[in-house]
Design a protein around this ligand. Structure first.
Ligand code: NAI
Length: 473
């Protein structure tokens, strides 16, 4: 099930006025507990053959813990634990399952600040956004708890990214405390080898993957060998179209929300911003003013709006994209440089200034490829037909947005955009009730909303004869 899908507007308002007590500060957390979880508890790997890899705190560049990848025996144990739990969980009455889920949601709410802080330490995003992520997780569990009486149950083995392994284990603990059967939600850590062990395992009935398109293709190939269904939530290069009749203030706000949340590391971001040429100068002026004012720094501080990128290699990759954009003729209007916050403990963190690129053309690398960083590419257009053609000229189709006051045009444009999640006069609004997922190479299947259940269930047809068999023979 989709565990965390971002952004509820009411949540945003709630998070902005938080007044609780901070328990952590950047540079202080050390993770010692094991990060694998099956059979109802954290597991220390016994038969360790692989070298451990450091996990970093993006805000400071400091090592947070060492990560040991699960091998075949560990993956086997975790899947065995899930198989045992399935037998118990799927036999529980819907109301009993709903009760466990609602208790898990309550525990998440109770530990909101602690979970959000640990997520910030591991991920680098601002605490304001992390609180919203925790709220999203809670809302998702509450929503599906409401549906539990009409559903059968699955158990799950989850492998987080090796860059951000920490908070998934908290969720596993919470399910356990909430009364879930041992093994309902298990966590195995590791990179591509552990991932491929999961995909190939004969007891895994369904593979759900969130990540990049190239990895998604490999996952699909591996799953195909076992004829397993896949859900793929992959990358995007989504268009955001701003017409001259739009409310400029809201269009500018939308463009910033579409590009700079989570340091630009959001799959659905509208990174190709098409602006009608008549309003381009005004639009750029406003966007620049606000982008330059974004407060970058310690992600655990409430006033910070942009934290650190998730890893040093990723920061270098994003900065490389900006350099390439310049070489290909784009103009850097602001940002795109490494940034060192004033606080000395943050000097080795992975920060950069948010970047706005102008003079972009459709063939440039920054316009064609997903950057997954705080880089907005602005393109100018003249007519509706032209912008539709250009917006759809992409192998990806995750999301799309349009700003206009003309409601007919808004619907006409959205109808013709090849994207799974579309927004009119806003962007990146994804409540749990609404399905989320991509067209084209952006993925297969949907997360959230009732329809998701179909992607995680088998249909069984049972024919019962109450009379005699009508035989031709
Ligand atoms: N559509 C959606 O809902 C979302 C999509 N994404 C996409 O995710 C990407 C960024 O995430 P990354 O973690 O950098 O992606 P990634 O594709 O590099 O890695 C994702 C996961 O796949 C695992 N993996 C890598 N190679 C594998 C292999 N050969 N076999 C099995 N597992 C393997 C990694 O360990 C990691 O856990 C972006 O493209 C972004 O758009 C991110 C968030 C949401």
């Amino acid at each position: 099930m989709a565990l965390m899908r971002f952004l509820q507007t009411p949540g945003l308002r709630g998070a902005l006025c938080y007044t609780g007590t901070r328990t952590l500060s950047s540079g202080t957390l050390h993770i010692k507990d094991p990060l694998n979880f099956w059979c109802g508890g954290r597991v220390n790997l016994k038969d360790v053959k692989t070298k451990s890899e450091p996990v970093y705190e993006p805000a400071t560049g400091r090592v947070l813990c060492q990560l040991q990848a699960c091998g075949a025996a560990d993956v086997d144990a975790a899947i065995g634990s899930a198989s045992a739990a399935f037998k118990v969980w799927s036999k529980l009455a819907g109301m009993e399952r709903a009760r466990v889920m609602l208790e898990a949601a309550r525990l998440i709410e109770k530990r909101r600040e602690e979970i959000a802080e640990i997520e910030v330490v591991n991920n680098g995003k601002s605490i304001t956004e992390a609180r919203l992520d925790v709220d999203s997780a809670r809302l998702c569990i509450e929503y599906f708890a409401g549906q539990a009486t009409t559903l059968s149950g699955n158990s799950m083995v989850f492998k987080p990214s090796p860059v951000t392994p920490v908070t998934a284990v908290l969720l596993a603990e919470i399910y356990s405390q909430a009364g879930a059967p041992e093994g309902l939600f298990n966590v195995v850590q590791g990179g591509q080898e552990t991932g491929s062990l999961l995909c190939h395992h004969p007891s895994v009935a369904k593979v759900s993957f969130t990540g990049s398109v190239p990895t998604g293709k490999k996952i699909m190939e591996m799953a195909s060998r076992g004829v397993k269904p896949v859900t793929l939530e992959l990358g995007g290069k989504s268009p955001l179209i701003i017409f001259e009749d739009s409310d400029l203030e809201n269009a500018v706000r939308g463009a910033l929300m579409a590009n700079f949340l989570s340091q630009g590391q959001v799959c659905s971001n509208g990174t190709r911003v098409f602006v009608q040429s008549s309003i381009l100068p005004q639009f750029l002026k406003e966007v620049l003013k606000r982008t330059k004012a974004i407060q970058i720094g310690d992600p655990l501080l409430d006033e910070t709006r942009m934290g650190a990128l998730v890893s040093k290699p990723h920061l270098d990759k994003v900065l490389g994209y900006v350099k390439q954009a310049k070489n290909e003729g784009a103009r850097v209007l602001c940002g795109g440089e490494p940034f060192t916050p004033a606080d000395p403990k943050l000097k080795d963190g992975y920060y950069m200034t948010p970047c706005v690129l102008d003079n972009c053309t459709d063939d440039m690398t920054c316009v064609r490829e997903e950057i997954f960083g705080p880089v907005m590419s602005v393109l100018s257009f003249d007519t509706e037909d032209e912008v539709l053609r250009r917006a759809n000229d992409s192998a990806l189709g995750l999301a799309a947005g349009v700003f206009t006051k003309d409601v007919k045009r808004a619907h006409r444009v959205i109808e013709n955009l090849q994207a799974g999640s579309c927004f009119i006069n806003n962007y990146n609004i994804t409540p749990v009730e609404v399905p989320f997922g991509g067209y084209k190479a952006s993925g297969i299947g949907r997360e959230n909303g009732q329809v998701t259940i179909e992607f995680y269930s088998q249909l069984k047809t049972v024919v019962v004869e109450m009379g005699d068999v009508d035989s031709l023979f």
